[in-house]
Each structure stands twice: as C-alpha cells, then as structure tokens.
Design a protein around this ligand. Structure first.
Ligand code: FO1
Length: 313
C-alpha cells in the first residue's frame, strides 16, 4: 500500500508519523508545503519540511511540534548580543540544517535533492519531498498591510486578521517530477489535517497539481483540521472565517470539493456528516485528535483503511 500525503507543519507531520508507522518501510511519500519558507541571516529556512523531517526521524520537540527536542539556543543568544532581533527561534542544532541546506542550494543542488540527503542522514525511511523546487512565498493581506508568512505567524503572533492570501511565484512554479511520480504511484492520497488555506492550499495551487490529482487513480482522503468549530493548532479557524468560509469540518470539505473522495471528521462533528456527503464525499467520523504516538498510528490506520475502501472519483 503506497501512501502519498500532502502536509504542512505540525498537524501534517503528526499524521505523517502515524502513516510511517502503519505502512511498509519506504511506502510513504510526504509532499510538503514550502510557501512558508524564507531567508534569515542568509540562510534558507524551510519550517514545514524540517517539521516533517524531524518528526519522521523521531527527534522533534514534543512540546512545540517544531524544532528539535532538547535544543539549545546559544547561537541565537550571541546574535542578540550583536544587536539582532531574534524573533524566530532557531536552535543551535537546527541551525546546522539551515547552514548545510543553504550551502548545498547555493552549490546548485535542488531542494528535493538536499531534503532527500538530509532526511536520509537522519534515518527517515519515508520520502520527504518539497512541493516544488521553485520558490513560492505566502504573503497575507491584513489591516496592517501585506505581511510575509513568518512575519504574520511568528513575529506578530497571528494577531492580524487575514483578508487575502497571495502566493508569490506560484504561477511560475511546478510540482517536481518526484511529486508527480509519487501521486501517480500512490494507492491512497491523504490530505493531512493541516491548514487548508496556507498549508495544503499552496500545494494545490501549483500549476498542474489539480490535474495530477484528478488523473491519479488513487482514492483521496482529507482529514479535517477543524474539530468542534476550532483549529487543532494555529490560526486556521480565524483565517477560514475572515476569508468567508464556514469554520467547520464541512467548511474544510467545501474547500476540497471535487478533489477528495472521502473526508475524515471528528466524532464531535458527526452531525456534519450529511452536509459533507452532499458534497459528494464519503465520511468517516472518528477520534481525530492526535495526543500521542498511539493516537497517530491508530488514526493513520483508520485513514488508510477508509481511503483504500473508496472508489476514486
Ligand atoms: N514557530 C513559532 O511559533 N515560533 C518560532 O520561533 C518558530 C521557530 C521555528 C524554527 C524552525 C522551524 O523549522 C520552525 C519554527 N517555527 C516557529 C514553526 C513554524 O514557523 C510554523 O509552524 C510553520 O511555518 C507553520 O506551519
């Protein structure tokens, strides 16, 4: 059973870790959003790729979900001493990832090649793929003006109302051959419980991506990141509301209408079943909140079994 998962940061990484547990070694490919990526002190930072990579390697920080467990921040302390604004928390060991990635990108390697080498060195037994080798960056329209994604998310603590989303560079970017091959080879495609607007959204916005999904014969299943009308993590609930979407599992399903065959919603949202089915999707209502490794593996198993039993639309 080959599974191809589409993922953003922490929520996507958690379900990916569960999927890695329940499929055969090497049978999982995770296609990761790179529109949160940015440059800081000359280094290329790819937060979602690293979150997925560290989580699949079993070395992520269990409290935050991003960064490394047992991390120290001495380099950042020194940067602060030099008068730098250290709003983005880069740990000492995490910095090694950014230093090496930046050097190899500058030497002409693609992000796909570099990510494969890094995750291979960390012992990750799944393929971690950037959605594209071209740069795409999310810029948010807010009452405070246009904000780059990490400016909005970390520096300003997601306090601004999001009135619009611009994906700079997406028109010129392409899904990589590795991404297209993984989709074509998959037996099930899983849309992880990541923000549908700024995490899965950029992946779907790549030219050719919707067509690649439509032409894949694999059933497609999405897991709702909205449970009981609230985002499991991050600002997805407020973002959906300010952009005119319904803040519910059914609201997420509406965004994925025509793209997925099945929707996994939480038991607490079971009354939304008929609304989701009306969009042409089958529904699995289960416990979807992943509190630990056991939850991840159990949910992943249910998602794969549900997906495998669906006919692709
Ligand atoms: N998220 C934060 O909320 N604050 C941080 O200081 C922060 C640092 C950071 C460093 C490396 C990394 O890979 C991720 C980091 N994140 C941080 C998470 C990240 O910005 C977001 O989770 C994603 O971009 C949204 O998916």
């Amino acid at each position: 059973m080959r599974v191809c998962a589409l993922a953003g940061g922490v929520g996507g990484a958690k379900l990916s870790a569960g999927l890695q547990e329940v499929v055969a070694p090497g049978a999982l490919t995770v296609v990761v959003n790179t529109a949160d990526d940015f440059d800081l002190w000359g280094l290329r930072i790819c937060p979602d790729l690293d979150t997925v990579m560290y989580t699949l390697a079993g070395i992520s920080n269990p409290e935050t979900g991003w960064g490394l467990a047992g991390e120290s921040f001495d380099a950042l302390g020194m940067l602060a001493r030099y008068g730098e604004d250290t709003w983005f928390l880069l740990g000492d060991r995490d910095l090694a990832t950014h230093v090496l990635r930046t050097a190899r990108l500058r030497a002409g390697e693609t992000l796909t090649t570099v990510t494969g080498a890094l995750s291979g060195s960390l012992g990750v037994r799944s393929a971690v793929l950037p959605m594209s080798d071209e740069e795409v960056s999310t810029v948010l329209k807010t009452p405070a003006g246009l904000l780059e994604f990490q400016e909005y998310f970390v520096r300003r603590g997601q306090r601004d109302e999001v009135l619009g989303v611009e994906l700079r560079g997406v028109g010129e970017a392409r899904p990589t051959d590795a991404v297209l091959e993984a989709l074509a080879a998959a037996d099930v495609v899983v849309f992880c419980p990541s923000n549908p607007i700024v995490s899965v959204g950029p992946i779907l916005a790549l030219p050719g991506m919707r067509e690649a999904l439509a032409s894949s014969s694999a059933p497609k299943v999405a897991v709702s990141p909205i449970v009981g009308g609230r985002a499991l993590k991050g600002p997805a609930d407020r973002m959906l509301a300010s952009l005119g979407h319904e803040v519910s599992a059914a609201g997420v399903a509406a965004i994925y209408e025509g793209l997925v065959d099945g929707m996994v919603i939480d038991r607490v949202d079971v009354e939304e079943r008929a609304g989701v089915e009306a969009l042409g999707m089958q529904v699995l209502a289960t416990d979807s909140v992943m509190r630990g490794a056991q939850d991840r593996a159990r949910l992943a198993r249910e998602v794969v079994e549900f997906g495998a039993g669906l006919a692709a639309g």
